[in-house]
Design a protein around this ligand. Sequence first.
Ligand SMILES: NC(=O)C1=CN([C@@H]2O[C@H](COP(=O)(O)OP(=O)(O)OC[C@H]3O[C@@H](n4cnc5c(N)ncnc54)[C@H](OP(=O)(O)O)[C@@H]3O)[C@@H](O)[C@H]2O)C=CC1
Ligand SMILES: O=C(CO)COP(=O)(O)O
Length: 351
Amino acid sequence: MEKITVLGAGSWGTALALVLSDNGHVVRLWGHRKEHIESIQLSRVNEKYLPNVKLPKNIEAIASLPEAVENINTIVLAVPTKAIREVLRQLQHHLTQPVLLIHVSKGIEPDTLKRISEMIEEEMREDLLEDVVVLSGPSHAEEVSLRQPTTVTSSSKNMKAAEYVQDLFINQYFRVYTNPDVVGVEIGGALKNIIALAAGISDGLGYGDNAKAALMTRGLAEIARIGSKMGANPLTFSGLTGIGDLIVTCTSVHSRNWRAGNMLGKGQKLEEVLNQMGMVVEGVRTTKAAYQLAKKYDVKMPITMALYDVLFNGKHPKDVVESLMARGKTHEMEDLVNIMEGRAINNGNSL
Ligand SMILES: NC(=O)C1=CN([C@@H]2O[C@H](COP(=O)(O)OP(=O)(O)OC[C@H]3O[C@@H](n4cnc5c(N)ncnc54)[C@H](OP(=O)(O)O)[C@@H]3O)[C@@H](O)[C@H]2O)C=CC1
Ligand SMILES: O=C(CO)COP(=O)(O)O
């Protein structure tokens, strides 16, 4: 039995607190808004983010960060990508010993183009950071909190730490695998949100399953192409944090990215969609980051570019679909064969 603190009292932080509590651990769930935490303390329910589940006694909701991390050496970081640096800066003031940081966020920081574990290593004082582990995979909070079968992957530069996290979380409904490819796991988790937004737009426009299958398949090719250039093992993209997470996010009504895309496809404006959602839609910021990554690494990412035009250049989704379909002819597998065989990627026409 361990004492573990979860930072971030949103959907995913709360669902993971439930998994840890089911495994017999004592969990502190920290949230930054006092009134939100007080309402959880009062009702034992996280009304805003996970209204159907009552929290058991071994989850303590806490609004004070120093209290939440006192005498703790394992922390789950479950806030949106854009809040990571701010939370880490606050956290360090209150740590008196090194901690294992388990991050579960799916994003890439625009401009710096850092992955989450890179942001953590940059922000944390070395003497306060034992290891960084990423836990990622096809896992909607709504289903995990109902104890429905779910599989995820634990990844770290230090495989002992990844295995420790596997042991903390694994149980009869939450199966945890390990994978040493941190870059692939983080890139797959972040970039699938872009494709989920595009799949939602396609559904919102009234296109059918053919279009969605095309987006998912060619989206994965795009993710594998940039991921491999960034140092990922291409095989990771055929696993849980690649195609697995792509499937669940592009096809589930639980996905905020798919739902946001769906509203955009039906003609709503980005700002009103994000306001309506009330929860994080990571794919929007990640599209900006991926657009910059494609330029930096000189990798063709046509779906990402098309989505960027819809989100940030006011292009109509139907027009970008037309442009995508009208591109020059190409060989389907050429890039992937090159990636698998470790050859240089052809950036010409094979898209
Ligand atoms: N939901 C899911 O099923 C899954 C989510 N993820 C990933 O987990 C991460 C978190 O997502 P999720 O929990 O779903 O998001 P939610 O939108 O459900 O919740 C986000 C939580 O973070 C809090 N927060 C926002 N900014 C800050 C800040 N500056 N300091 C402290 N807390 C802050 C929010 O507080 P407030 O209420 O004040 O806004 C809220 O409690 C994302 O990267 C997501 O991609 C990964 C797998 C599954
Ligand atoms: O990452 C997720 C499922 O694996 C959650 O996706 P959304 O953020 O789109 O809801």
